[in-house]
Structure formats: structure tokens, C-alpha cells
Ligand binder design. Structure first.
Ligand code: G4P
Ligand code: NA
Ligand code: NA
Length: 194
């Protein structure tokens, strides 16, 4: 997606050989026009799937997911990383190891918001090792629902996330695929397409 690739090149910064900072439009400040177009792009890529729900994880997954869910006219559910005060039982939960933060997080979704009839589009802002996405897949499975696919805003293709998801048979659609961040330079797997 050209608008996204340009935002990454012009407004992102490479923090190290494997971390890209995109606080300017995705992880802190949000570029609303870009999010609207990201939502539309996800919908066009999954237009053959009869999606009934979008599932993401707080907090940075919410903005792009909201746009896709709104465009699809289906509800958006976000998994929580912190224990909720009001939702304490009746939950699906999955352990997600954060490689970047070197810690285990328990993600939870209330059983009220996912059921066996659902066909779920999982969306997240980044795909790195794939642990967050696999945790969301696990939650969908626990609900007896089906996974329509995984939509990612920025995939770091040099990490194993996509491989792990595809190995399990899930379709992955990433709007920007980064081949390398070496030497402070962003290289995309696909050319900037006009
Ligand atoms: P994984 O889920 O694919 O295994 O990735 P990992 O545990 O490494 O990711 C932990 C957090 O770091 C996630 O956000 C993820 O979106 C984010 N992340 C991973 N790689 C990058 C990167 O190169 N740049 C940026 N900006 N973020 C990255 P989170 O902790 O869930 O935070 P939130 O922003 O959603 O609140
Ligand atoms: Na995220
Ligand atoms: Na994030």
C-alpha cells in the first residue's frame, strides 16, 4: 500500500536493525486519513470472506481495526492485556510472550463477544515473531469460531511471524512488508507500487 510505504519512509524512523518507530502516524499520534485508507485496503483484500467480527489487541491494533470493522459494518473486539475490573470470569485467555519486552502477558476476551458462529478477521499493527497474532488465533479457536485471516499493517518479514501463521494454514495480508531495517534503511519486500 503506497500511502503506507510513503508514511514509513518519510515519517518513520529506524531505531535498530529490527525496530521501526512509527509513533508519528500509528503508535502514538494517529494519522486518521491513513487509518481510513488502511481499513478500506483490508476490506478489499478480504472481500471474499464473510467476516462477522474483527479481533485485535489493545492498544495500537485498535485504530486500524476500527476502520476495517466500520467499513465491513461488523463489531470490533479487542483483547485486553491487563486484567479487567469488571470481566473476571467467563473469559477466553491465552499467554502471549513479548519478545521485545521479554515478558509473558495474558490476553483475555470475554466469552460474550466471540461465539462459534463467528468468522473472525484478526488485525494488528505489527507482525514480528507472531506471538500476539497466534494468541488471538488461540482465542478464536477456544470460541469454536473460525479465522478468516490475519491482516497486518506493518510486517517485519525478516522475523518469523508470517511463517508461523502460514505454517498453521492462516492467510496473512500485510499492507507493508519490510525486508530489512539494516543500516538505518527501510527496504520493502515489494517495490513501492504506484
Ligand atoms: P509479536 O507479537 O509479533 O511476537 O511481537 P513482539 O512480542 O515482539 O511485540 C511486542 C510489541 O511490540 C507489540 O506491541 C508489537 O506491536 C510491537 N512491535 C514489535 N516490533 C515492532 C517494531 O519494529 N516497531 C514498533 N513500533 N512496534 C513493534 P504492544 O506491546 O502490544 O504495544 P501496543 O502498541 O499495541 O500497546
Ligand atoms: Na500491537
Ligand atoms: Na505496538
Amino acid at each position: 500500500m503506497k500511502q503506507l510505504q510513503q508514511a514509513i519512509l518519510e515519517r518513520g524512523s529506524v531505531l535498530s536493525d529490527d525496530v521501526l518507530k512509527v509513533d508519528q502516524f500509528l503508535n502514538h499520534q494517529i494519522d486518521t486519513n491513513l487509518m481510513i485508507n488502511i481499513g478500506k485496503e483490508f476490506v478489499s483484500r478480504f472481500q471474499d470472506s464473510k467476516i462477522t467480527k474483527v479481533l485485535t489487541i489493545e492498544s495500537s491494533g485498535i485504530a486500524p481495526s476500527f476502520m476495517a470493522a466500520s467499513e465491513l459494518d461488523v463489531p470490533l473486539v479487542f483483547a485486553r492485556k491487563k486484567k479487567s475490573l469488571t470481566v473476571t470470569d467467563n473469559i477466553y485467555s491465552s499467554g502471549v510472550y513479548s519478545y521485545t519486552k521479554q515478558e509473558m502477558n495474558n490476553i483475555t476476551v470475554s466469552k460474550d463477544y466471540l461465539s462459534s458462529g463467528d468468522n473472525v478477521l484478526i488485525i494488528d499493527d505489527f507482525l514480528a515473531q507472531g506471538n500476539a497474532a497466534l494468541g488471538l488465533v488461540d482465542v478464536v479457536k477456544q470460541a469454536g469460531a473460525s479465522v478468516a485471516g490475519v491482516g497486518i499493517v506493518i510486517e517485519k518479514s525478516f522475523q518469523e511471524g508470517r511463517e508461523k501463521l502460514e505454517e498453521k494454514g492462516y492467510r496473512v495480508e500485510s499492507l507493508a512488508r519490510i525486508q530489512s531495517l539494516k543500516g538505518s534503511e527501510v527496504t520493502f519486500l515489494e517495490e513501492l507500487v504506484t
